[in-house]
Ligand binder design. Sequence first.
Ligand SMILES: [Zn+2]
Length: 167
Amino acid sequence: MVFDYYKRLSAKRQSIYRQSDAIIAVKLPDAGMLRAPAQALVEALKLEDRTTVQRLSQQITDGIIGQLQVPPLRIQVLAVRPSDDWGELHGLYLPEEDGKTAKIQLWMRTAKHKRVVAYKSYLRTLLHEICHHLDYEFYKFPETFHTEGFYNRESSLFHQLVPGDSP
Ligand SMILES: [Zn+2]
């Protein structure tokens, strides 16, 4: 299945889209070492401990980056999610620019209710943004698209980190 916007892309971008869509999993050489920090996020989020959430998120990211041997990525965890008419921003990926390390910004609380983001949705957001980084740095796509393959890769990372969990 291709998403609707595919039709509006140029032939060149459609080809990138199809390459992205064709890869449905990211295999980590050693997902086991990332399960403890992923699990520890549950408690850190519950305690609203931003420093620990950031440290654990960075640890998970460094593990994935290191295992796949791609350039580094800095994680910044902020307090309340920005919101707009279109909804809330969950995470933001800022690619490397002018020699500055690529960065992911994540938010700990929802804008609407100022509630702490649920663990699964937090971890999924982190992995989602990491997948954008992998599109550029691991798969070397000139562009990163939300394809079904992209979402499958995000899920595949999630299930390696949180085995036995339902989708
Ligand atoms: Zn995205």
